[in-house]
Design a protein around this ligand. Structure first.
Ligand code: SAH
Length: 210
């Protein structure tokens, strides 16, 4: 599937029916999702791989991974309502994804989802609840040797120090995340947030002692 076709397909998916600010439910816009996925595809991290989407929301990243030929895709999401939309979205475009209602902070989760080759995620940026992104990063590094995450621009240093000894950032791609007016505290119709897509390699898998 070509990049443009992927983007157009993802554009058709439904978003959150009633987005919750506390969970930072901001769907990744199709162009940014397609960009992350295509980038990961080119790096050999999607096709034929098992892929886990942490905080899968309405499913755009997980569904895109399935459309690009991932062998198996799981989406982990705390909000049952979002999972229902994600399941309908996957059915609409014929993508095979297993969505699981679970909290990424659940200590039993790594055992439940086993390991994945690649994690893809757009975690909460921690705007509502400080450090909300940390359990996502922790679970990603426990679950997969390779992680792609969307973070606020300028987060690289924080991610680097937070994952010191556990992971290495091997790539950084810049992007824009246009956020539509969603919550009462939003003052503009759309606000462009500068983001960065980071690729992390977990040391746990290359060096089991780490
Ligand atoms: N991956 C989707 C949604 C991103 S928004 C997309 O790219 O469009 C972040 C998602 O993380 C929301 O769907 C939110 O409900 C979910 N989330 C927030 N805290 C969570 C937690 N502790 N465990 C699992 N999911 C969580």
């Amino acid at each position: 599937m070509k990049l443009k076709h992927l983007e157009m397909t993802l554009q058709r998916l439904s978003g959150f029916p009633r987005p919750q600010a506390a969970l930072e439910q901001y769907p990744t816009p199709a162009p940014l999702a397609a960009r992350l996925l295509y980038h990961a595809l080119m790096k050999g991290d999607i096709e034929g791989k098992s892929v886990c989407d942490l905080g899968s929301g309405t499913g755009i990243l997980a569904i895109g991974a399935a459309l690009l030929g991932a062998a198996m895709v799981k989406g982990i999401e705390i909000d049952q309502k979002a999972v229902e939309v994600a399941e309908a979205n996957a059915a609409q475009v014929g993508a095979d994804v297993e969505f699981i209602v679970a909290d990424v902070r659940d200590a039993a989760l790594p055992g439940r989802i086993a390991t994945c080759d690649t994690v893809i995620m757009n975690p909460p940026f921690g705007a509502q609840q400080a450090h909300a992104d940390r359990p996502f990063i922790d679970l990603a590094l426990k679950t997969a040797p390779v992680t792609y995450g969307i973070f606020n621009a300028g987060s690289t240093q924080f991610i680097e120090s937070y994952t010191a000894g556990r992971a290495k950032i091997t790539e950084k791609v810049g992007g824009v995340f246009p956020i539509k007016r969603t919550f009462s505290f939003h003052t503009k119709d759309t606000q462009d947030i500068e983001v960065e897509i980071l690729r992390l390699i977990g040391k746990r898998f290359t060096n089991p002692g780490a």
